[in-house]
Design a protein around this ligand. Structure first.
Ligand code: GAR
Length: 211
């Protein structure tokens, strides 16, 4: 059942959905002034779909392969979000890049979580394990996670929250990913909570907290 006054959140997923789970848990705990009204997956086998069903959240599958091109895929995603009257779309391990048409059609806000400290180690092709491999290879002593607003350009929107983890000498991409994921599960729900509380103010590339 939907409740008036709450921010309508939609999530876009492609995989395991552990970040989605963190958002679900935060919403269910009552700390978020919002509700998850739909989870849209680009992968029919994503475990994120099972997590959603376990919590009674409506799910939709939009396969890239069923669309003629990126534009038509982006249109279908935007139309699905609009059908559920979504205010805030949260990309949570969504592996597809949305094209500019998406932003013409969907007028809500869009957030993403990235498993590194943007603006470093982002952009097209920087996804999941590849990000951690690049961080280790670069010799960086710290990595972390970033929640940011999504704009037409990949991984460069205004940053809402970041947190850091040390890169240890014996870290592998997998151990680094595990450390970063813990941080992700803390900062993504926090960003959603702040958004739904209406305290985020975007000033160019800077996101300020009011109050
Ligand atoms: C997360 O680490 C997320 O930051 C990353 O995919 C993983 C999804 O895990 N996203 C990106 O790399 C986006 N460029 P999850 O499905 O368990 O939330």
């Amino acid at each position: 059942m939907t409740r008036p006054g709450l921010i309508r959140i939609g999530a876009l997923v492609s995989g395991s959905g552990s970040n989605l789970q963190a958002i679900i848990d935060a919403v269910e705990s009552g700390r978020v002034n919002g509700e998850l009204v739909v989870v849209i997956s680009s992968n029919s086998k994503a475990y994120a779909l099972e997590r959603s069903r376990n919590h009674g959240i409506p799910t939709e599958v939009v396969l890239y392969e069923d669309c003629s091109d990126r534009s038509s895929f982006s249109r279908t995603i935007a139309e699905t979000l609009k059908r559920y009257r979504v205010d805030l779309a949260c990309l949570a391990g969504f592996t597809r890049i949305l094209d500019p048409l998406f932003f013409e059609l969907f007028h809500g806000d869009v957030m993403n979580i990235h498993p590194a400290l943007l603006p470093a180690f982002g952009g097209k092709g920087m996804y999941g394990r590849r990000v951690h491999e690049a961080v280790i290879q670069s010799g960086a002593r710290f990595s972390g996670a970033t929640v940011h607003f999504v704009t037409e350009e990949c991984d460069v929107g205004p940053i809402i929250i970041q947190d850091v983890v040390p890169v240890d000498d014996d870290d592998s991409p997998d151990t680094l990913a595990a450390k970063v994921l813990q941080v992700e599960h803390a900062i993504y729900p926090k960003a959603v909570e702040l958004y739904c509380a209406g305290v985020l103010e975007v000033d160019g590339m800077r996101v300020r907290r009011r109050g």
